[in-house]
Structures are given as C-alpha cells and as structure tokens.
Design a protein around this ligand. Structure first.
Ligand code: PLP
Length: 425
C-alpha cells in the first residue's frame, strides 16, 4: 500500500481479502495448523517455506495487523508482541547478549528503565544512560567497544521530553549500531521515526494504537535499512549460522529487510513465547482503523488543556511540547509538526494540592493508564512513585505536586470546565 496516504493505510493496509472472503480481518482462533505431510511441515520448521504451524510463533490475524503497522511506520517487516514491555525487550535482546552494552536516553518509560537498568543487567547486558538533551560529544562518550544499540522514546512517558531523532541516529550509525525508538506516544500519525533515521521502531499498542483501553499489546517494526553484514562482527546473531535453526544466517537468507523480524520470531518468540492473542490483535486493528481520525482530536484536546493550565494562577508549571514556552517546542516543531499527543503534565504546589485537585475531577478518572478515548489522570508521587520522599521525587524530575493528564476524545470545553472547577478552592 505504498502509494496511499496514511489515513487510507490506517483503514485498509495489511489485509486484502480475496473473492468471497471476509471483509474484516478474521480472528484465527487456533493454536495450530494442519498439514497433509510431515515433509510439508518440515519445510516450515527449516524456514524453507513461509507458513503457519503454531500460534506461539505466528498467527495470520497478528501478521495482518503487524503488516498494517509496518506500512504506517514505513518499515519492511513487523511483529506483534503480548505487551509493550515484550516489544522493547525483544528489540534489544534480538541484537544484544551477555557482555554487550546499550546506550539509552534517561527519559524513558519507567518499566523500560527497569528492564534495561535492572533486569537486562542481570543477564549481563550493561547500559549507559544519557540525557535526551545531551550534545553529540556527550552521546559519543557513552559508547563502548561492546555497544550494540541506542534506545530512546520520541515523546517520553511520563517526562514528555522530545527526542532529537536525527542526532541520535547519526551518532548511533557512526558507531555502527542501530537506533531503536519507542514511538508509542506520537504514533505514526504524528511522527515516523524511520523517516528521521531510526532503524527499529517499537510500540506499546496498549496506548493510542488500540486507543480504547481494551487490550495490552506491543509491536516491533524494522526499517529494513540497517546493514547487518556491514557490521558482521558486532551482530553475530544475525550474521553467523544459527545452531538452533540448522545453521541459517538470517542476514543472508532474509536480507536487511527481513532478518531482524525473522530472527525475533523464530528465536525469541519460540523461546520466550510473548505472542499477542489473535483476539487482542483483532481489537487492536479496530483501533488502528480510526487512528488518523483520533490523533488530531487527542492533540487538539491536549493543546487546549495545556493552554488553559498555563494561564491558571494555581499552576506552577506545564509540560507540553506544543506550548511555545516549552523547552521542547523547537524540537517538536521539527519532528511533530502536527502535534504530539494528548498527554500533558503540570505542577501544583504540593502533593496535597495534587490529591485535592484529582479528588474533585469528574470526567478525568484516576488511572494507571494514558492514551485512550477516556480522559484520565495520575499523581506519580501518591501512586507509581509512592515509595519516594519529596526530595527523591524532585531529584528524579517528578515533583510531588506533578499531575499527568491524558486527554481523551471528549469535548475540550467539558475537559477544561472539569479542570477549572477542580482547581477552585
Ligand atoms: C506503556 C508503555 C510501555 C509499556 O507497554 P505495556 O504495553 O504496558 O507493556 C512502553 N513504552 C511506553 C512509552 C509506554 O507508554
């Protein structure tokens, strides 16, 4: 669907029914697939033929939805995972092993920060964290001989910093490693990191791509642009024979376009088994069909709420890259010309003021979630970051009075009226 506009791809990419076939993507609710001969099935196991044999590895419903996400991001191949966490883990573990090293932005989702700094460290994979605002020199200095990937988020959750993707891609490529970008918050409607040099894009599809708070899921998209063979020694998993697959060399057999996703499917899905259920993939696709219609509304509401908060005397500070005074405004103008997302954060006097405000809200529900149709909010200090003291919170860039608002698809006037009454004494 290369020649179509993004909205058309949201609706139709990934699945083209034949004569008399279902118009909607069928939910293939089957663990397994039948073959006439053992020989037929053997070819699939040898990766000699493409086809389905067991849903832990691949399922036609998932593949159709993954193909749509690949088309939206401008990639050559994609896979769905059971969650965003699984997507980020697979994207890194597919090219890193014990003894390797990752360079990551500090400004990333808390779960991903734990994954890289604690859990992957236990697997012998170390990391150096850099500020998303670091200079090229500072970024260069973070690299080691054994660095295999650079990781960042287009718009970080919850800090709302905006990544200078071109800068990170340039430095990553100078060191012969790919840039992996988690594009959950802007979605491909508002930013396509591959167009700015990213090599691999990941998603928590749990958020805007699903958009209705219906199913947890993730996705990995490969740009197909990274030349693994040109950096043969760095990526032996892709450029030397895989003993667990009869000596296949992924980068040779599947080329730059297919090697990364084929390896992640045939090794990591096989061994870790974090497949998205076909039911969830079907629900995800319903969300994708309206993604291009929903995102501008989320942005419109986010912008209206941010502007209102910015003008309110009780609000100490607003973080939203669509506000001209925001430190990321310029970067956002470049990478997010149509706006970023519907998530806004702002600071009230203290934890008590934040709790009082949230207690009075009627439309914004208190939830550990962001980025769906219904507006919600969270005070990190009294929930996700509850164990920290006010001093520790300040140091972590999450002041005690910070409130994160996820603006849904309701009318902006109602959202603002709700916030206004909740800010009154
Ligand atoms: C939520 C989120 C994740 C984790 O995704 P799950 O689907 O909850 O596993 C990863 N990255 C970002 C940016 C997120 O917002």
């Amino acid at each position: 669907m290369k020649d179509y506009e993004l909205g058309t791809k949201c609706v139709q990419a990934g699945y083209t029914p034949g004569n008399g076939e279902p118009r909607q993507i069928p939910i293939v609710q089957s663990t397994t697939f039948k073959y006439n001969t053992g020989e037929d099935m053997g070819k699939l196991f040898d990766l000699e033929a493409a086809g389905y044999f067991y849903t832990r590895l691949q399922n036609p419903t998932n593949d159709a939805v993954a193909a749509k996400i690949a088309a939206l991001e401008g990639g050559t191949a994609a896979m769905l995972t059971s969650s965003g966490q699984a997507a980020n883990f697979f994207s890194l573990f597919n090219i890193c092993e014990s003894g390797d090293h990752i360079v990551s932005s500090t400004s990333i989702y808390g779960g991903t920060f734990n994954l890289i700094s604690v859990t992957m460290a236990k697997m012998g994979i170390s990391a150096t964290f850099v500020s998303p605002d670091c200079t090229e020199e500072e970024l260069n200095a973070a690299f080691q001989e054994n660095t295999k990937a650079v990781f960042g988020e287009t718009i970080a959750n919850p800090a709302l910093t905006v990544l200078d993707i071109e800068k990170f891609a340039k430095v990553a490529h100078e060191h012969g490693v790919p840039l992996i970008v988690d594009n959950t918050f802007p979605t491909p409607v508002n930013c396509r990191p591959i167009e700015w040099g990213a090599d691999i894009v990941t998603h928590s599809t749990t958020k805007y791509l699903d958009g209705h708070g219906a199913g947890v899921g993730g996705a990995i998209v490969d740009s197909g642009k990274f030349d693994w063979m040109a950096h043969k020694d760095k990526f032996p998993g892709l450029t030397t024979p895989d003993d667990s697959y009869h000596g296949i060399i992924y980068a040779e057999k599947f080329g730059n376009e297919g090697a990364f996703i084929t390896k992640a499917t045939s090794q990591l899905m096989r061994d870790f088994g974090s497949i998205q259920s076909p039911q969830n993939a079907f629900l995800l696709n319903l969300g994708l069909e309206s993604l291009h219609v929903r995102m501008p509304k989320h942005v419109e509401n986010g912008q209206a709420v941010a502007e209102f908060l910015n003008s309110h005397p009780k609000v100490k500070k607003v973080n939203y890259s669509g506000l001209p005074g925001d430190p990321y405004y310029e970067t956002a103008q470049k990478y997010l010309p149509n706006g970023g997302c519907g998530v806004v954060s702002f600071e009230l006097e203290d934890r008590q003021a934040a709790e009082k405000f949230m207690g009075k809200l009627r439309l914004f529900a208190i939830e550990t979630h962001v980025a769906d149709a219904r507006s919600c909010c969270l005070n990190p200090a009294s929930t996700t970051h509850r164990q920290m003291t006010d001093e520790q919170l300040q140091a972590a860039g999450v002041p005690a009075g910070l409130v994160r608002m996820s603006c849904g698809l309701e009318d902006a006037a109602d959202l603002i009226a709700d916030i206004r009454q909740a800010l009154e004494d």
